[in-house]
Design a binder for this molecule. Structure first.
Ligand SMILES: [Zn+2]
Length: 312
């Protein structure tokens, strides 16, 4: 009997708490509906402080995604494909993280550019779940825009990913979310679409794309990107393309960085340079240029976790 009364009191207390919390909730919502709804829908999923704590207490999980694959190879210059550069760089970067006990690292592509079996199997076996994930995130985001909780931003126009590429990228995001991957690094080389065939274009240098400040994984991605920028700057010039003048560019549309709030953890896409830049094109210099790029990226990430100050 006594127990029953106790349960009743507790549930009454719980009820009144919910009741008043409900009012407080309504009040906040009425004050600033857009802000409140945005934070309700896209609650921050990761923070720099949490990540550093996690690193101090153990281990950070990283997924490396060299862009494109052997068939859909991205940019191309005089027979050198972007996917081959991305893949070679990916393998080197993988090795630096693999040797560091503070990181557990995964890699989607082989050194030859093909996807590794595990990611292909995942995308194939989880086809329905990945489609559902894609449609769900899109619908929630669309609704958030409709009610004014999110402002749609289109700063840089990207070539839309093909259906297959889009499926792999949503698959990567879902896999990374489901496996608590703290950081996904997408590796790419840029191209200037206006250049003449087999002739270098007018732009050069690197840029880093991160989720925009309305996406839940923005802040930690930004701080790690700053740290990576500082290191890459030592080996490569910054992009001279006017639309990339910020060097660290906030983006809402790239699936890779978590468009439609499809990524919980950090996601960063690095364009290491333009594919026709001599150090990447020249067969003799290329291995060193890619090695330097791998070291700079690893060091940038490491410095963030070791909390080395960044000044750009
Ligand atoms: Zn690319």
């Amino acid at each position: 009997m006594a127990t029953r009364i106790k349960i009743l009191t507790v549930s009454l207390l719980a009820f009144s708490f919910t009741y008043w919390a409900g009012f407080a909730y309504l009040g906040t919502m009425l004050e600033t509906p857009a802000y409140y709804l945005a934070s309700l829908i896209f609650e921050k999923t990761t923070s720099p402080e949490e990540l550093i704590k996690k690193y101090e207490n153990g281990n950070i999980k990283i997924l490396i995604v060299p862009g494109h694959d052997k068939e859909n190879y991205g940019a191309q210059y005089r027979g050198v494909t972007e996917s081959s550069l991305n893949a070679e760089l990916g393998v080197q970067l993988f090795e630096y993280f693999r040797k560091d006990p503070k990181f557990t690292v995964f890699l989607t592509n082989k050194s030859t550019g093909e996807y590794n079996g595990w990611i292909l199997d995942y995308v194939k076996s989880q086809d329905t779940a990945i489609n559902a994930f894609k449609e769900k995130t899109k619908a929630i985001f669309k609704n958030a825009v409709k009610i004014g909780a999110i402002k749609q931003e289109t700063k840089i126009l990207h070539n839309p990913a093909t259906d297959n590429a889009s499926k792999i990228l949503y698959g990567v995001n879902k896999w990374a979310n489901d496996n608590d991957i703290d950081m996904v690094l997408h590796l790419h080389f840029n191209d200037y679409p206006g250049r003449k065939y087999d002739m270098p274009g007018k732009y050069k240098g690197f840029a880093i794309y991160i989720p925009d400040d309305q996406l839940p994984n923005h802040q930690a991605s930004l701080e790690i990107a700053r740290s990576i920028r500082k290191e890459i700057k030592k080996i490569q010039t910054e992009s001279n393309f006017s639309k990339e003048k910020d060097i660290i560019i906030e983006d809402q549309q790239l699936i890779a960085v978590g468009a439609n709030a499809s990524r919980d953890g950090v996601s960063i896409l690095i364009e290491y340079g333009y594919i026709y830049e001599p150090e990447f094109y020249d067969k003799e210099i290329r291995p060193y240029a890619l090695r330097d790029a791998a070291i700079a990226t690893y060091q940038g990430v490491k410095n963030f976790f070791e909390q080395k100050p960044v000044r750009n």
